[in-house]
Design a protein around this ligand. Structure first.
Ligand SMILES: Nc1ncnc2c1ncn2[C@@H]1O[C@H](COP(=O)(O)OP(=O)(O)OP(=O)(O)O)[C@@H](O)[C@H]1O
Length: 242
């Protein structure tokens, strides 16, 4: 479980809060979709949960570990895929996966089996021997997902994970997310694609100008808008500028 208590973040001296007093629990055993308009604060929130940036105020715990005070333990719980998969470009895919496995003390025994399994699921077997810089965007996305999952983290945090994936790989990742949640673990992912959120999520958190404006199941969201069928219209209503 991920717990945020009164978390805020302001960049620079603008005074405008990118994330504003956010209090929120991401439950185990569920897929939680994090949706909101451009600039609403999704990436900032995910980067604070993963310890990449520090909140100005508030507290974040991941499976009971405070990301500020017990960073290593908290980070061990997390597999994070960022929205920009353009890193480690000079490494070959296989080197990157072994690097990630080394970073997280994944035993060599069983490592190759895991690599083979993910490579098969994402049809990356033939690409692992090539440098990441030669990969397409979707392939880079896939190798980042594989790397993030090498240590079998209980908490998955994925920033726009389906962008650029071909239908087969998107299907494979969605199935993996469902299996992970079904094992009682957490999946939190951000998306702009409301159809994906509708089909995949148990819970949605809708963020607008750094604040959570709705948190609950899709049924609860529908109950708020009786007679409205379209998630898009509900989303637009919740996030419209006053
Ligand atoms: N490094 C930064 N420096 C200054 N301002 C930033 C920085 N990163 C984000 N912001 C600002 O913080 C706010 C929230 O941005 P964030 O990237 O978290 O939104 P988002 O919901 O992920 O947006 P998108 O859907 O477009 O990816 C925006 O106003 C953005 O301009």
């Amino acid at each position: 479980m991920i717990c945020l208590e009164q978390v805020s973040k302001t960049y620079g001296k603008s005074g405008k809060k990118a994330v504003d007093s956010m209090t929120w629990n991401v439950e185990d055993g569920k897929i939680t979709g994090f949706i909101g308009p451009n600039g609403a604060g999704k990436t900032t929130t995910l980067k604070m949960i993963t310890g990449i940036i520090r909140p100005d105020e508030g507290r974040i715990t991941v499976n009971g570990h405070d990301i500020q005070k017990e960073g290593l333990e908290a980070k061990r719980q997390i597999g994070f895929v960022s929205d920009s998969p353009d890193s480690f470009l000079r490494l070959k895919g296989i080197e990157y996966l072994n690097f990630m496995a080394d970073m997280y003390d994944v035993p060599t025994q069983g490592r190759q089996e895991r690599i083979n399994e993910y490579a098969r699921k994402f049809e990356m077997e033939d690409a692992l021997g090539s440098r990441i810089q030669s990969y397409s965007h979707g392939m880079r996305q896939k190798i980042m997902v594989m790397g993030a999952l090498m240590h079998q983290p209980p908490v998955w945090i994925l920033d726009e994970p389906l962008t650029g994936l071909d239908p087969k790989s998107a299907f494979a990742l969605k199935e993996m997310m469902k299996e992970h949640a079904a094992q009682g673990k957490s999946v939190l992912f951000s998306t702009h694609v409301l159809e994906v959120a509708e089909k995949l999520c148990d819970y949605v958190a809708i963020v607008q100008r750094g604040r959570i404006v709705f948190l609950g199941t899709l049924e609860e969201l529908r109950a708020k808008f009786p007679g409205e069928e379209s998630l898009e219209n509900m989303f637009l209503e919740l996030t419209k500028d006053e």
